[in-house]
Design a protein around this ligand. Structure first.
Ligand SMILES: [Zn+2]
Length: 503
């Protein structure tokens, strides 16, 4: 989430203040901001030896061979290749097979041995507000108004600027790489800064220009944010194949129908997608009925907002009719179980949507409402939440959830055929997960272990577009010491300011 709680609270606050006949300006001021809404595992025993002695370079050597005791392809048949390997060159997977076959056909400049490891597609985090890592745990378990007015609003008023976004996004990229996420869909302020960080850290991302009808840290109102979004998208479209600039209209309760339609028009004009919070809470449902006489997805459909690629975050409260619209319009729905549980938003009807043919992926939402960016946890919670909600342990199987985080997630964000499976011709977004830990003993079913056992700390190596971003727990693209220091300094200033304010 970002924005949701703020707006709910803002409405409550406004009502209260209006009844007190107090000065509303103060509320408009805060409403402006409303919007705003590793421990490496031990390296496998033979890794150092092999990496220390790379294969001698020759003209025919490909970039990389990645081996695993299990190669989880996530193809349509769910094939898992025992003692498998991938050949990677020029950013692409050029061969998939057994390690014996791959090594007999190719020589690589770098080889990641596969003893005690699983190779699989990188995880796709379909909804995040990366820079909100800096507000992780700033306040939890509080009544909404207290949480907002005493902590989140003041912190954002004072601290959200380009530097905040740079440091917070770097921190998020570090955490996502650490946990095996290779693609994310972000929505926050200063998208140029987010894109620059993504460029340097090596991840793949959809970076949204946030559109909201309030004064925000980087725009005055909806028209201004659309204009700035157009410039951002023009600047970044086609500049780096890993970075997809898109529009991020915040939600139905922070934009009116004309502004939503104008954002869709700008996105279609530029040929890019949209990411938006959709049917997240009962508050949104009520707001939509009162303002438009329709539920939110019905409103989107009625104004042509779904006439183009759309990624809808949350979708907790769709009606049966709206689920049909989502399927027909091929809206990519992103399920965020941690955030939905922590904010008590509700339980998304994920199994109903999947049965209806809706494309469903997984996301973490921002770290202020999660409080981390751990996709393993999202997989596990997604499965458990559906099972207990329906009182049926057979729903949302481990394989179904793993698809939502990989191949299904790729479909939901519009990158099917490029990422999400291990197959020839796919971009090489690949992770190696070590299963040399007591919680993997014994291993009967590797898919079950990936969903019900594995966590961030088990990820050993991360490759995006054929480039190593983390190798055996060591970060190749992020100066983690610097980021940790900068984040701690900024967090210290936030904490001091809040302490002084709340004295
Ligand atoms: Zn969100």
């Amino acid at each position: 989430m970002f924005g949701l709680e703020y707006t709910q609270a803002w409405c409550l606050l406004t009502e209260e203040r209006m009844s007190n006949n107090n000065n509303l300006n103060f509320f408009f001021l805060i409403a402006l901001l409303v919007l705003v809404s590793c421990t490496p595992s031990d390296p496998p025993a033979n890794v150092g030896e092999s990496l220390a002695a790379p294969v001698a370079e020759n003209d025919d050597a490909i970039d990389l061979i990645v081996e695993g005791d299990y190669l989880v392809t996530m193809d349509d048949e769910g094939n898992v290749i025992a003692d498998g390997a991938l050949a990677i060159d020029g950013g692409l997977i050029i061969a998939v097979g057994t390690a014996v076959d791959i090594n007999s056909q190719y020589t690589a400049k770098t080889r990641l041995p596969g003893d005690k490891s699983i190779v699989m597609p990188g995880l796709i985090n379909g909804h995040s507000h990366a820079a909100m890592t800096l507000l992780r745990g700033v306040a939890d378990d509080l009544a909404l108004l207290e949480w907002l007015t005493d902590y989140i609003f003041p912190a954002e008023v004072e601290f959200v600027d380009a530097e905040f976004v740079r440091i917070g996004t770097e921190l998020a990229c570090w955490e996502m790489i650490r946990g095996g996420t290779t693609t994310f869909v972000d929505m926050y302020y200063y998208p140029d800064v987010v894109a620059q960080v993504v460029e340097s850290c090596g991840l793949r991302a959809f970076v949204s220009a946030t559109v909201i009808d309030q004064r925000s840290p980087d725009a005055e109102n909806a028209a201004d944010s659309i204009e700035k979004g157009i410039v951002f998208v023009e600047n970044w479209k086609g500049r780096n194949s890993r970075i997809m600039p898109i529009f991020g209209p915040h939600a139905i309760y922070t934009l009116n129908a004309e502004q939503l339609a104008a954002t869709r028009a700008a996105a279609n004009e530029a040929g890019v997608a949209i990411s938006i919070h959709m049917s997240e809470s009962l508050f949104e449902l009520e707001h939509s009925k009162q303002s438009f006489g329709k539920t939110s997805i019905e409103l989107f459909e009625s104004i042509g907002f779904l006439d183009g690629p759309t990624i809808g975050a949350h979708v907790v409260w769709p009606t049966d009719e709206e689920i049909i619209i989502l399927a027909e319009r091929k809206v990519g729905v992103i399920h965020n179980p941690s955030s939905n549980m922590k904010l008590a938003s509700g339980i998304s009807p994920v199994t109903d949507m999947l049965h209806a043919g809706v494309l469903v992926g997984l996301g973490t939402d921002g770290a202020a409402s999660n409080n981390d960016l751990d996709m393993w946890e999202e997989m596990r919670l997604a499965a458990f939440l559906q099972k207990v909600d329906q009182m049926n342990p057979e729903v949302l199987s481990a394989m179904t959830v793993l698809r939502m985080a990989t191949s299904g997630g790729a479909e939901a964000v519009g990158l099917s055929g490029k990422i999400g499976t291990l197959a020839i011709g796919m971009r090489a977004d690949v992770i190696q997960v070590s299963f040399d830990d007591v919680h993997f003993v014994p291993t009967y079913d590797v898919i079950s272990h990936l969903v019900y056992v594995a966590d961030e700390q088990d990820v050993a190596s991360v490759i995006v577009d054929g480039k190593l971003l983390m190798r055996d727990g060591e970060f190749m693209t992020i100066d983690t010491g610097r980021v940790a220091k900068e984040a701690a300094e900024l967090a210290g200033r936030i904490q001091a300011a809040l302490a002084e304010r709340n004295q």
